[in-house]
Design a protein around this ligand. Sequence first.
Ligand SMILES: [Zn+2]
Ligand SMILES: [Zn+2]
Ligand SMILES: [Zn+2]
Ligand SMILES: [Zn+2]
Ligand SMILES: [Zn+2]
Ligand SMILES: [Zn+2]
Ligand SMILES: [Zn+2]
Length: 229
Amino acid sequence: MAPKRAAVDTEPGTSGKAPAKPTPKRKKPSPPKAPKCGCRGDCRSSKCGCGKKGEACGDACKCIGCRNPFKILKEFNIDCVEAAQDKCLMDNIFKIEDLRGRLEQSHELQCCETSVQVLFPGVVTCPDDDCGCEWQYSWCSNDFVDEENRPRNHCGICRHCGDYRDAHCERCNKCYFAGLSGFECPCKDRPPKPKGGMGSLGLMLWAMQHFAGDDSDRLSDESEDEGFF
Ligand SMILES: [Zn+2]
Ligand SMILES: [Zn+2]
Ligand SMILES: [Zn+2]
Ligand SMILES: [Zn+2]
Ligand SMILES: [Zn+2]
Ligand SMILES: [Zn+2]
Ligand SMILES: [Zn+2]
C-alpha cells in the first residue's frame, strides 16, 4: 500500500508554485535617483543641477525648452556617466554652440587619413588594421590629438587643453611649459601674484627681500620693470 501522504507531498505543482502575491520586499533594488534640477529656464548653463552631474533632465525637472547638453549626448547613445568624468568635455560642454554638429562631424586622423567621428568618450584606435594609433578628442581644440606621443593634457584648473609638456603651477596658478624633464615654472623668479588673502603679504615680503637696503627714493625712476639690479 502506498502511503497517501507521500503521494500528496510529491504531487506535481505544489512545490515551487509562483507566489500569488508578490511578497512585500524590504529592500527595493533602489533605482537610480531621478535627475532633478531647479531650473526654470532651458538648462543651457553649467548651473543646471542635472547638467552639472552629467545627467539629462528627467520628468521631475521643471525646465522649459530644455537644452541641457547631456540630453544631446543621450540622443547619441553616449554614456553620460562616463562622459561627465571627462574634464575636457565638462569644461566645454556648456560653451559649445552646436554640440550636435560636433558629434556628427568627422575628423581625419593624421596617421592614416582615415576619418572618424567624435566617438566618445575615451581613446579612439585608428580603424586601419595595420596602424592602431591611439587618438583622443580634445573638446578644447576640436581635434584629435596623438594620445601616444603627445597625449591630451587638459588642465582642470585653467580649464583648457595645453601642450602635452605643460604643467600647472600651484604658485602662479597657471600652466607653463615644463618640458619633458619637468623644469620649474619661471614664476619662481617673479613676485608672487596676489592670490586669496595672502597675496599682498607675499608681495610685500618679496619686495622686502629684493629691495632690502635699497634707498626707496631711487625706486621712482623710469625702469619700473623687472630691471632691478
Ligand atoms: Zn536644469
Ligand atoms: Zn533637470
Ligand atoms: Zn532641463
Ligand atoms: Zn592610423
Ligand atoms: Zn581640454
Ligand atoms: Zn608659476
Ligand atoms: Zn593649468
